[in-house]
Ligand binder design. Sequence first.
Ligand code: NDP
Length: 295
Amino acid sequence: MAGQLIDGKAVAAELRQRIGDAVATLKKEHNITPGLAVVLVGEDAASQVYVRNKGIATKEAGMNSFEYCLPADTSQADLLAKVEELNADPDVHGVLVQFPVPDQISQQAVIDTISPEKDVDGLHPQNAGRLVSGLPALTPCTPTGSVILAKRALGDLTGKHAVVIGRSNLVGKPVAQLLLQENCTVTMAHSRTADLAAMCRSADILVAAVGVPQMVQGDWVKPGACVIDVGINRVPAAEEGKTRLVGDVDFDAASQHAAHITPVPGGVGVMTVACLLRNTLTAACRQAGVDEIEV
Ligand code: NDP
């Protein structure tokens, strides 16, 4: 490999350590323990793992973790009532409903019901709008983690040309906004972009958030670029019946061109939970009206 690996695990571990220290300070100086409530509807195996990991990380940071597992046939009205209950609970500073939710429930209705102050996923239209307006907001976790990794690799991002492939509300759009805040010149690419390969070749920072395994080819990467691979795709492994995780970038080929590149797993994915904890800390400080602790 020619490029340097961006070690998401190490960056996330450092961030979680700083969050743990900040939580201890908040307890000592203000008697506040940040609390994160996670709601899971149904028994999706991957979602169960995500929820469990979030709970473990929350407790490791010294925060209170509240987990609610609701049956798969829960009605939208019942889920929204649970969210309202958590919105009103003073011990809960962050509310997260694990997506996807079953078909009878509208994901947007859930997002709209979470109090913007407790919206630690950063998906409420009020937080999305505040991000675009350059106002303090709770920002989505995976995009925030992606930009932290780019800054860790490159330092100041001012003047860099960033190409973001993907325009979802969850990843692509907020990544682009966060990079704009870092003074990048940002191009957003998507499934209708003409000559995507040429567009990618002009990127100093290439963010892939597509959901197509290993779509970004080695020769799409400008020599010396920084590649942030957000993709998490499960594909068949060489061994019969096994699977493995790959990103949206052909890692082996791209790393021959890139100066910096995130691996999958061990890159952006591990930053997501760390940034969730960071948002919970921020939300707790804002709700209590105490100075925010920068981590
Ligand atoms: P979505 O499916 O919501 O969005 C995918 C985007 O990619 C769309 O904007 C789509 O364009 C674009 N796209 C799809 N195919 C192509 C193509 N052939 N060429 C160019 N653009 C294309 O996905 P998400 O944003 O939710 O997730 C993206 C990836 O990030 C997935 O692999 C997901 O697993 C991963 N992810 C990882 C997380 C983590 O913690 N690391 C968290 C969240 C997501 P259009 O809008 O035109 O359809």
